[in-house]
Design a protein around this ligand. Structure first.
Ligand code: 3PY
Ligand code: MG
Length: 255
């Protein structure tokens, strides 16, 4: 049976299970898929992953049957094209604040006439199983350009950002967003002002017909954010899962 596209999977009956990868290891990313994540996001912003290891990680996730997502460092829009070339199906751009930021990102994500993505997707073609022509003509629609909403400016400019052609969705970073909203720079992942802002993002994104995701630091927050109506919420990180499982295993032995 043909694997559904990421866009179709995101529109499914239940939210996609999405893992978060910081460690630069294809095997670790593959194991997360085999253990139950249907998609894994490679974090090139805060994780240790770089363009040297990302291609092998994207391939490992996809070979195990998962969808491969990636987050670029702040403002490095040219990396978005490279990650698409190596098989990313969604690219997330952090700290987008204005429609101009979103336009600059979208230009690197979409082939002409929609944008200015340069042509060279040999590996993405291989991983897709499509012909080169079929990949080229479907890529603008099948790969997703997702902007992070995590500052006061981004909230203020949200409708203008959502209206930028080529932007397929938004992704809330609740750490940065809550720090930005707090008068004393304190994070608060389920603080009432953070939740109210996230509800607003969901409402506006859905009204614009866009995908909306959020970073979920743990299971309780994932449930909370999905309850607000987010299309998907990523669950923890590989580093945290390893630490949590290690503590639990030691506690089980030692009681
Ligand atoms: C945030 O919460 O600000 C993030 O970017 C998650 O990594
Ligand atoms: Mg952030």
């Amino acid at each position: 049976m043909e694997r559904p596209s990421l866009r179709a999977a995101l529109a499914g009956a239940r939210p996609l299970r999405v893992g978060w990868s910081c460690l630069p290891d294809p095997l670790a990313a593959e194991i997360m898929v085999r253990a139950g994540f249907e998609a894994v996001l490679l974090d090139l912003q805060h994780g240790v992953i770089d363009m040297g290891v990302a291609p092998a990680m994207l391939a490992a996730v996809r070979a195990a049957g998962g969808h491969a997502l990636a987050r670029i460092p702040v403002g490095e829009y040219q990396s978005a094209s490279r990650l698409l070339d190596w098989g990313a199906e969604m690219v997330v751009a952090p700290m987008i604040e204005t429609a101009d930021d979103a336009r600059a990102f979208a230009a690197f994500m979409k082939y002409p006439p929609d944008g200015q993505r340069s042509y060279g997707p040999a590996r993405a073609v291989q991983l897709s199983g499509l012909s080169a022509d079929a990949y080229r003509t479907s890529a603008n629609g099948s790969t997703l350009a997702v902007v992070m909403i995590e500052t006061r400016a981004a909230l203020a400019n949200l409708d203008a950002i959502l209206a930028v052609p080529g932007i397929d969705g938004v992704f809330v970073g609740p750490y940065d967003l809550s720090i930005a909203l707090s008068p004393d720079g304190e994070p608060g992942l389920d603080r009432s002002d953070t939740i109210a802002a996230m509800e607003r993002v969901v409402r506006q994104a859905k009204a614009a017909g866009k995908v909306c995701g959020a970073f979920g630091a743990n299971a309780a927050l994932v449930r909370r954010y999905l309850g607000l109506g987010f299309t998907f919420a990523t669950l923890s990180t590989d580093m945290d899962l390893l630490a949590v499982a290690t503590r639990a295993a030691i506690a089980e032995v030692e009681g």
